[in-house]
Design a protein around this ligand. Structure first.
Ligand code: ADP
Ligand code: MG
Length: 938
């Protein structure tokens, strides 16, 4: 019989595996918005989103409501990173009966302890500090909606005060504390004066003049986690193995669907004591557990806790003994009536028995003291039973822990997880093998995870101070971050204003008289038609001024367009040499290409994509206004670029081509998309730089003769604002970035938007945030001082999945959120930055702010364009397509979406479709040539 009893108490590994799986399922159920209400493992959000980083400093008050006491604690943190706070504490016994009385009396008492403690621990003139933040450790199940908002769901552990369930306990405590501060109003006697020797109110004046604010409420489990977080590395799991049992951990915030937080992590209070209340544990529950449950005050509830909590372990042993005595397997021939008495075996007894491995005499003494007459054999069996019950409790804790560790590892998308687990409680402290079992069993069940157990030395109080400190640090940091980023955040009004300004500048750029003073050049392109799909023939195209110099042949047939191309290098010496050298080199490349493509015998029309600002005076006549992008070939500015190319061809005696059109890359983009979509009448580039073109009514183009039809206008909108009209938008960061460019004061709009600058803007913000100690704990990072070290493509990586949208796609939440954060880490490592998780989250916010502003400004510009088109065409509703090119637009995860949403908002009467251009500068240039050809024939 004894063997059978022991067997039922030992759980095979496979069963533990199954239980771990159930625990994970229940955790998921608790986190999901749909199933949360029915879930037994409640997974309550705590609104604690950060662990201490050592910079916290100041005085923090903690009040902890315990089983029979109120503990008050004053913690002074120095923010010096070595995390050894100064602490003063005092314990007050709860008055008889208060746990069953009125809620108000309980909170008045707690508040009174606080007042009393303060008047004793702080001398009247010790501190000029008026504000004292307080952390409240409240070890009951609460539904939190903020760090300082917690509705009590139910009392437990023998507490049952009236009028508290359903109320915000932070508010109740704050009210009680405020009441203490005004004893004259409410009357101190009724407030709780009866519990202490009466004091003259003047005596407590110093503390009462302090403003005590309840900043944070937390569960004792959370306090434990935070206490252990101070030991250097962050502690991300807290476990209390005490009278009750509970565990909390840092979960990915987006998985906590019951809270709105989506970025970063949040501590979740699992309330795992209720695991099994839906029958999940039935196959592990023994008849002894059953009996314990039936005799408890809350049968059917907290099934897991009743198998592992020290409040119940003695009872389990008692029921094993009752059963064995009835089966005559123990205490034969002696009176065992004492076993009927609930609670005869205390945890203290159990621990004495299990911890004295060989001392049968000890067991005998304990049993005899209880009035039993054990035989030698009974004592041995008693020892075995106690070990089995306590060992099982440890094993079950380990299984729960394994579930949490595996879940953390999985949801962080890690192959292995190293984590610190803070533990406290009677079972942990009193049973030396607990830690060993916890580690070995959890290792068996979650081999991918490596837990380090940290003993919480000072209970949850120190942790509560940390939570409070972290909350204040985060609040202060939030204010500081907002202050830094505020100038970069544009309101709708700002954008409406930008749109109006752009519209003004467009008008001025188009006017003959006003053009010279407009910052938006509005250059005529002499492209008067977009493709209609009937174009045909073979064309050459040149692409100069993009990332690569290319020569292409484009074959346009009824069945579509085919192309072949080759990239050629332009050596820096030639880029910055003489114009003749440059154009000779270009002709050499064309000859080489035509030779390779067997195209030497033909005379092909050539479209020349030349992505530099030009004053066009005809389709094939364009004066270079200025070089950009590192080109500086002499003798070209002010010259007709087409003529320069023709001259070079003449010098090289190359007859295989005829330059038909000079095309800006925006125009090429519009034309390339126009071939597939006749509604495409706008071209947009958001790559290294930004620019746009669109089809304008000739009657509006004051700079070109003629009123008939339309002409494509190359806006050169990158220069928008160069006349100062956008000065109000430029931030300190924009100024610094501008000053370090080769063209300060120029291309101001572009410098807020395009790929060449966004990384730099982010870098400048990071530099300032580091200086302000908002990032990297203020550690200097020399690499961040290097210009262009922060690439714009980093923004794309960092912002990937930043909105957590994809979180819902798969059950356990294995999305790329964790992945993206890991990639942020990789980027930061490259920059030799030691970034915490929070640093990563903040960096993401910085990137989002910068890219959002860029996309919104771009949208404001486009809004001006489409609205102008709509008005000149006299329609209520305009349907138009924008052909877009540029790596930033194409690869950034949110840019296009943000651009489109903002545009919809700013130009609600325009229905704008975006179409990605494929090789606009090649295909587009050929199409310009082809359309010109077609138009000429017409
Ligand atoms: P160009 O405008 O010279 O024709 P692109 O359209 O390819 O060239 O744009 C190049 C710009 O795109 C570079 O300034 C670079 O910073 C930016 N860029 C490159 N990769 C990415 C990316 N993954 N996400 C966002 N921007 C990028
Ligand atoms: Mg390009």
């Amino acid at each position: 019989q004894i063997q059978r009893a022991l067997r039922t108490l030992s759980i095979p590994l496979e069963r533990l595996h199954v239980m771990k799986g159930h625990m994970i399922e229940d955790m998921c159920r608790g986190l999901s918005r749909q199933t949360h209400a029915q879930a037994k493992v409640r997974m309550l959000p705590t609104y604690i989103c950060s662990t201490p980083n050592g910079t916290e400093k100041g005085n923090f008050l903690v009040v902890e409501l315990c089983q029979t006491q109120v503990r008050t604690l004053l913690v002074t943190l120095y923010g010096d990173g070595n995390l050894s706070p100064q602490m003063m504490y005092k314990i007050y016994d709860l008055p008889e009966g208060i746990t069953q009385g009125e809620g108000e009396a309980l909170f008045d008492f707690i508040a009174h302890c606080v007042t009393q403690f303060l008047s004793e621990t702080t001398s009247p003139d010790a501190s000029s500090e008026q504000y004292l933040p307080l952390g409240f450790v409240f070890p009951f199940t609460c539904q939190q909606t903020q760090l300082n908002k917690a509705e009590l769901l139910s009392w437990s552990k023998g507490f049952n005060c009236s009028g508290v369930v359903g109320k915000d306990v932070v508010e109740l405590l704050q009210a009680a504390i405020d009441k203490q501060a005004r004893p004259d109003k409410e009357g101190e006697a009724s407030g709780g004066g009866g519990w202490f020797k009466s004091r003259k109110s003047s005596q407590s004046a110093p503390s009462q003049s302090r403003q005590v604010e309840v900043v944070a409420l937390m569960n004792d489990t959370v306090g434990t986690m935070m206490t252990c977080s101070m030991e250097g590395r962050a502690c991300e799991v807290g476990m209390v193995a005490d009278k009750g049992s509970n565990c909390c951990f840092m979960a990915e915030a987006y998985l906590v669907e019951t809270a709105d937080e989506t970025s970063g992590r949040m501590c979740v209070n699992t309330e795992w004591g209720c695991f099994g209340d839906d029958g999940t544990l039935n196959d592990l529950v023994t008849p002894y557990d059953q009996a314990v449950d039936e005799e408890s005050s809350n049968p059917g509830e907290k099934r897991f806790e009743k198998m592992v909590g020290t409040l119940y372990l003695g009872e389990i042993v008692r029921h094993v003994l009752i059963a064995l005595t009835a089966e005559k397997a123990m205490f034969t021939g002696s009176d065992a009536a004492v076993l009927k008495e609930k609670g005869v075996f205390t945890m203290q007894h159990l621990l004495e028995i299990v911890n004295h491995e060989d001392r049968i005499t000890e067991v005998k003494r304990i049993l005899e003291a209880l009035g039993l007459q054990p035989s030698e054999r009974d004592c041995g069996r008693m020892q075995q039973i106690c070990r089995a019950v306590v060992g099982r409790a440890a094993t079950l804790h380990a299984t729960g822990l394994a579930a949490i560790l595996s879940y953390m590892c999985q949801t962080r998308d890690l192959e292995s997880l190293m984590v610190n687990v803070g533990v406290e409680g009677e079972l942990f402290a009193g049973y030396p093998r607990f830690e060993e079992i916890l580690l070995s069993v959890s290792r068996l069940l979650a081999p991918e995870c490596m837990a380090t157990i940290l003993a919480s030395r000072d209970g949850s109080g120190r942790g509560a101070a940390m939570v409070t400190a972290v909350a204040l640090r985060l609040a202060a940091q939030r204010r500081a971050v907002d202050e830094v980023l505020a100038p970069l955040r544009l309101s709708r009004d700002d954008l409406v204003k930008v749109q109006a300004l752009m519209r003004d500048e467009m008008g001025r750029g188009l006017g003959k008289e006003t053009n010279p003073s407009a910052s938006v050049r509005m250059l005529p392109t002499y492209v008067t038609h977009t493709p209609d799909g009937t174009e045909k023939g073979d064309f050459l195209a040149l692409d100069l001024g993009g990332t690569n110099f290319r020569v292409l042949v484009v074959r346009i047939t009824e069945d579509g367009i085919t192309m072949a191309s080759e990239i050629y290098v332009i050596p820096v010496g030639i880029m910055q040499g003489s114009g003749e050298e440059l154009f000779d080199h270009i002709i050499d490349c064309i000859i080489d290409f035509q030779t390779k493509q067997n195209l030497v015998t033909q005379m092909l029309p050539l479209g020349f994509t030349f992505s530099f600002p030009c004053q066009q005076v005809g389709l094939d006549k364009a004066l270079l206004l200025t070089w950009t992008k590192g080109f500086s070939a002499s003798g070209c500015v002010g010259q007709d670029v087409v003529q320069l190319l023709r001259d070079a061809a003449k010098r090289k005696r190359h007859l295989g081509m005829q330059v038909v059109a000079l095309v800006n890359d925006t125009v090429g983009t519009m034309m390339a998309c126009g071939y597939d979509d006749p509604k495409c009448e706008i071209g947009l580039i958001v790559g290294t730089g930004t620019n746009a073109c669109y089809m304008e009514e000739m009657k509006n183009v004051g700079t070109v003769e003629g009123d008939q039809g339309r002409m494509c206008i190359n806006m050169e909108w990158g220069a928008f604002g160069d006349n100062g009209c956008l000065d109000h938008l430029f931030t300190h960061f924009d100024q610094v970035v501008d000053e370090t460019t080769i063209n300060p004061g120029k291309q101001r709009f572009e410098k807020l938007i395009s790929g060449m600058y966004l990384g730099e803007i982010v870098r400048q913000i990071l530099v300032v945030m580091t200086e302000k100690e908002l990032l990297f704990q203020g550690k200097p990072c020399p690499k961040l001082q290097t210009k262009d070290i922060f690439k714009t493509k980093f923004l794309s990586t960092i912002e990937l999945d930043g909105d957590g949208d994809s979180a819902a796609n798969n059950g356990i939440g294995l999305d790329s959120n964790g992945l993206a954060l890991r990639q942020i880490r990789a980027i930061l490592n490259e920059l030799e930055l030691d970034a915490s998780f929070e640093d990563c989250v903040l960096m993401r916010e910085v990137c989002q702010t910068v890219s959002l502003r860029a996309s919104q400004l771009c949208a404001a510009g486009l809004a001006a364009v489409v609205e102008k088109m709509r008005e000149s065409r006299g329609v209520d509703q305009l349907s138009v397509t924008v052909g877009v090119d540029g790596t930033l637009y194409k690869l950034h995860p949110c840019f296009s979406k943000n651009l489109q949403t903002t545009l919809k908002d700013l130009a609600p009467n325009c229905n704008v479709t975006f179409m990605l251009s494929e090789d606009g500068s090649g295909k587009g240039a050929a199409l310009v040539a082809a359309v010109a050809d077609r138009a000429a024939k017409e």
